[in-house]
Design a protein around this ligand. Structure first.
Ligand code: ADP
Ligand code: ADP
Length: 232
C-alpha cells in the first residue's frame, strides 16, 4: 500500500548539502504495523516527512494506494495529506484549545458540518478513553492523555495510514505500554496501516509486524521483527 522506490533526499544546494536518504526502497502492506528504527541522524524524520508529503524527495518515487505522490499537484497533495494521520513525540496540541476542540480541529479545517463533528469527536473520545476530559486543556492532562488526544485528532479524518514519529519517546515505560496497546487495538479494529518511527527497540518488539533498520539514509536490514531481532 506504501511503496518507496529509489528515494533520495538531499537538503540544501551547491556546496552546502546534507544527504538524508539515499536510494531507499521500502514497501509496507495494508493493515501492517511497520517499524523504522535507527540512530539520531539516520534519516527517520526525513523518511516520515516524505511519506507525509511535507518534503519532496530529490529523486525517486513514493506510491500510496497506487498513486505516485511525487507527481501530484498542490491541490491533490492537500487532499491526499488529509488521508494521512500523524502523531508526534511532543504531541503538538493547541494549548489554548480544549481536548474536544483539538480533536475537532482537522474536521473544522475541512469544513465538516458541526453536527457531524460532534458525532465523530464523541466517538473518538470514547475510542481513546477520554470522554470525561473533553472540556479540559492540554496543560491539565498527563503525557499519556495528551498522546491519546493526538491519536484521536490524527484519526478524525479517517486516514488510510497513521504515521507515528517517536510517539512514545517522551513517555514513561508504563504509559508507553498503554499507548502501544491502544495503537494495536486501533490497528486490529480498523485494519489501519501504522508506520512507527523510533529509536527504541522495545517499541518495535512489542507491536510491530515488520521492521526496517535505517542507517545513514539507507535501509540496512528489513523483515519480520522476530527475524531481524532474534529474541533471547
Ligand atoms: P533522524 O530523524 O533519524 O534523526 P533526520 O531525517 O532528522 O534523521 O536527519 C537525517 C540527516 O539530514 C541528518 O544529517 C540531518 O542533520 C539532516 N537534516 C534533516 N533535516 C534537515 C533540514 N531541514 N535541512 C538540512 N539538513 C537536514
Ligand atoms: P527529531 O528527529 O528528534 O525530531 P531532528 O533534530 O532530527 O529532531 O529535527 C528537528 C527539526 O530540525 C526537523 O524539522 C528537521 O527537519 C530539522 N533539522 C534537522 N537537522 C537539521 C539541519 N542540519 N539543518 C536544518 N534543519 C535540520
Amino acid at each position: 500500500m506504501i511503496r518507496l522506490e529509489h528515494v533520495t533526499k538531499v537538503y540544501g544546494k551547491g556546496k552546502n548539502t546534507t544527504p538524508a536518504l539515499s536510494d531507499l526502497d521500502l514497501s509496507i502492506e495494508k493493515g501492517e504495523i511497520f517499524g523504522v528504527i535507527g540512530h539520531s541522524g539516520a534519516g527517520k524524520s526525513t523518511l516520515i516527512r516524505c511519506i507525509n508529503l511535507l518534503e519532496r524527495p530529490t529523486s525517486g518515487h513514493i506510491w500510496i494506494d497506487g498513486v505516485d505522490l511525487t507527481k501530484l499537484g498542490k491541490g491533490a497533495l492537500q487532499a491526499r495529506r488529509r488521508k494521512i494521520g500523524m502523531i508526534f513525540q511532543h504531541f503538538n496540541l493547541l494549548s489554548s484549545a480544549t481536548v474536544y476542540d483539538n480533536i475537532a480541529f482537522p474536521l473544522r479545517l475541512a469544513k465538516t458540518p458541526e453536527k457531524n463533528i460532534r458525532t465523530r469527536v464523541d466517538e473518538l473520545l470514547k475510542l481513546v478513553g477520554l470522554e470525561a476530559h473533553a472540556q479540559k486543556y492540554p496543560a491539565q492532562l498527563s503525557g499519556g492523555q495528551k498522546q491519546r488526544v493526538g491519536i484521536a485528532r490524527a484519526l478524525s479524518s479517517d486516514p488510510d495510514v497513521l504515521l507515528c514519529d517517536e510517539a512514545t519517546s517522551a513517555l514513561d515505560p508504563q504509559t508507553t505500554d498503554s499507548i502501544l496497546k491502544l495503537l494495536l487495538d486501533i490497528n486490529q479494529r480498523f485494519n489501519l496501516t501504522i508506520v512507527l518511527i523510533t529509536h527504541e527497540m522495545n517499541v518495535i518488539q512489542s507491536i510491530c509486524d515488520r521492521v526496517a533498520v535505517i542507517h545513514q539514509g539507507g535501509i540496512v536490514e528489513q523483515g519480520p521483527v522476530a527475524e531481524v531481532f532474534l529474541k533471547p
